[in-house]
Write a protein that binds this ligand. Sequence first.
Ligand code: ASP
Length: 330
Amino acid sequence: MKLRTSILASIGALLASSLLINGAALAADAYPNKPITLVVPFAAGGPTDAVARLVAIPMGKNLGQTVIVENTVGAGGTIAATRVARSPADGYMVLIHHMGMATAPALYKKLPFDPMTDFEYIGQVVDVPMVLLGRKNFPPNNFKELEAYIKANKEKVTLANAGPGAVSQLCGLLFMSREGVELTTVPYKGTGPALTDLLGGQVDLLCDQTTQTVPYIKDGLVKTYGVTTPKRLSALPNIPTLDEQGLKGFDVKVWHGMYVSKGTPPAVLSKINKALNAALNDPEVKARLAESNIEMVPASKATPAGLKSHLEAEINKWGPVIRKAGAYAD
Ligand code: ASP
């Protein structure tokens, strides 16, 4: 009798697990049957937000569902990453994040997620150079004058960023360490609001991606002291690099990736990846990216394996640098 009960229990368990597997396969087949949320870890109107909104519409078209962009801001993007890591593994909540995903493990003493074990990877998105900007009425007119001005005025000079772990913060840290000065840093919830304050003259300096800044630079609404990549940018050919103006080897370029929570079925991952690649190859998206000097990544990187290996390499690259600098967030 006992044996019969346990055989029945095993058959029951087997049936239940096969129902679960079939259920998951059916759900993956039906995916997506409701809108998808694309979580942006910084404020609306900033560069990460702009890239997200650019790809959301063509991705939605490819998936046959609306992709809704939602800004979950704060703590250098870690609140958004935690939210997606803890979301159901069904592909309805997708995270777009930049290289902050690789710097967070070293920057934050208690990180509520592990970038290498709590996510499935969709693919790399785009690479974006940065520019060092000043408010329009900031006295220094060029990089040499800027260097002299910050040496004379030090912490009276304000430098905006998007909080600990943001690339604007890393770019600012690198700039201050190369110049050997400590400026007063002003954290925002994204470089969207930081740029608004720079345009309004409330802060002196900001290092930000080209995504949103090129039109303001071209219209002379900000002062531009240099680009952060070793080569000049085709969208801003007259702006010298920081490297050529004396900061040899200064090289900051912002990469982006898309993630979903661990355990999302492979069939769902591949549908989201297909939609991402369709969006990146959309002629209108390509033209908009080129205007801001945003670079497409090679097709091999816009893949789950491409993003995972790049993320791992970046964690290994930034971890020792951040630990050595002792730059921790709370
Ligand atoms: N680009 C910003 C940063 O400094 C964040 C943002 O997209 O607003 O990380």
